[in-house]
Design a protein around this ligand. Structure first.
Ligand code: ADP
Ligand code: MG
Length: 256
């Protein structure tokens, strides 16, 4: 599969990606530790894909990065600054998170879904929020459907609206948690293409995915997690062509 982005190449819009560093991050639910001293460095403008079995802690880790669930120890550095010391609301404008389920407001159009976030979070005026929202929907190839409500859009289009909403905040880093897992197979490619386009345009991305083809082609770095730990990390070719640990070898033999 080749990844050609629906983002216009001509608009000269390159993202201002920041570095993201996870340093010995541990996390727990009540007193059960599920993330154990995870360290991951994502260089500005690069994409890191996290792979691993269900229950290995991938979602929890992403939630820790933008503090929907607080790490118990370690640190997260955004452009060198401790994310754990920032106001969570501010952190979440700088680090966008896109989930499997898009959580759009069902009674609002695509345009309003993006514009509302701009007014609520960025305090924009109504007219400016509509102008920026229209531009971001254009970016994700949905300019012509901006007046559609979520139910009148395909799952893939709804996910692109959710991505446009996150991009409208002008994030420095984007996190994706299995953004294509809930989509019908024929809709997956459009969303992966969009994500690949963001990567090409210099967005810093941390992507949890089951799409091994995407990880291989788009990632600068792949991280394999199991039981809350990083078991192996390296380039796509290191992990996919020469996996070192038996656990990764077993995982790949099951998914590839
Ligand atoms: P993944 O995204 O890799 O499938 P998760 O981060 O969802 O893994 O889960 C990691 C571990 O944390 C699992 O053992 C899971 O059962 C547990 N877990 C996830 N969410 C909760 C929660 N809200 N309360 C308690 N345990 C949870
Ligand atoms: Mg998960």
């Amino acid at each position: 599969m080749t990844y050609t982005s629906p983002l216009p190449v001509t608009d000269g819009h390159f993202y201002r990606g920041s570095s993201l560093e996870l340093r010995d991050v541990s996390m727990a639910y009540v007193d059960i530790e599920v993330i154990r001293e995870v360290s991951i460095d994502v260089e500005p403008g690069t994409t890191t894909c996290i792979i691993g079995p269900s229950g290995s802690g991938k979602s929890t880790l992403l939630r820790g990065v933008n503090r929907l669930h607080e790490p118990t120890s370690g640190d997260v550095l955004l452009a060198g600054e401790s994310a754990l010391k920032m106001k969570p609301e501010r952190l979440r404008t700088r680090v966008g998170l896109v989930f499997q389920h898009f959580n759009l407001f069902p009674d609002h159009t695509a345009l309003e879904n993006v514009a509302l976030a701009l007014r609520n979070v960025k305090g924009m005026s109504k007219s400016e929020s509509l102008r920026v929202a229209a531009a971001r929907l254009d970016d994700v190839g949905l300019g012509e459907r901006s007046d559609h409500r979520p139910r009148d859009l395909s799952g893939g289009q709804q996910q692109r609206v959710a991505i446009a909403r996150a991009l409208a905040m002008e994030p420095e880093v984007m996190l994706f948690d299995e953004a294509t897992s809930a989509l019908d197979p024929e809709l997956v490619k459009g969303v992966l293409n969009l994500m690949a386009g963001l990567a090409q345009r210099g967005m810093t991305m941390l992507v949890v995915t089951h799409e091994m083809g995407f990880a291989r082609k788009v990632a600068d770095q792949v991280v394999f997690m199991d039981e809350g730990r990083v078991v192996e990390a390296g380039t796509p070719s290191q992990l996919f062509d020469a996996p070192q640990s038996p656990r990764l070898q077993r995982f790949l033999s099951e998914v590839l």
